[in-house]
Design a protein around this ligand. Structure first.
Ligand SMILES: [Zn+2]
Ligand SMILES: [Zn+2]
Length: 102
């Protein structure tokens, strides 16, 4: 989205982030991880987030109440004013239900 100007870094979440990410992100398996690719729902920069599949470990440990929810963080490479040194992204985070089909 052009024309909005640079967003300042802020650690924020919003119900709409997860909904937008669920619509726009694509997932593909990459070794032991799943790569989620799409545009950050806050800053709209493209990001790719590797998610290590921990579902099996949860099942093995008998903790069955976490079916695959993951907290995703924006990791875009773009500049966001006021971002702490060493961090990437715009600070947005959201929870995604990772559907593992096996
Ligand atoms: Zn960004
Ligand atoms: Zn972002």
């Amino acid at each position: 989205m052009a024309g909005l100007g640079p967003l300042p870094y802020a650690e924020v979440t919003d119900d709409g982030y997860a909904a937008r990410a669920a619509e726009t992100f694509t997932a593909r398996e990459f070794g032991p991880a799943v790569l989620l690719s799409g545009d950050c729902p806050r800053c709209r920069h493209p990001i790719t987030v590797p998610v290590v599949d921990e579902v099996y470990r949860h099942e093995a440990a008998g903790a069955g109440d976490d079916p695959g929810y993951r907290t995703l963080l924006c990791t875009c490479e773009a500049d966001h004013p006021a971002r702490p040194a060493g961090l990437s992204g715009c600070g947005a985070y959201w929870t995604l239900l990772l559907e593992v089909d096996r």
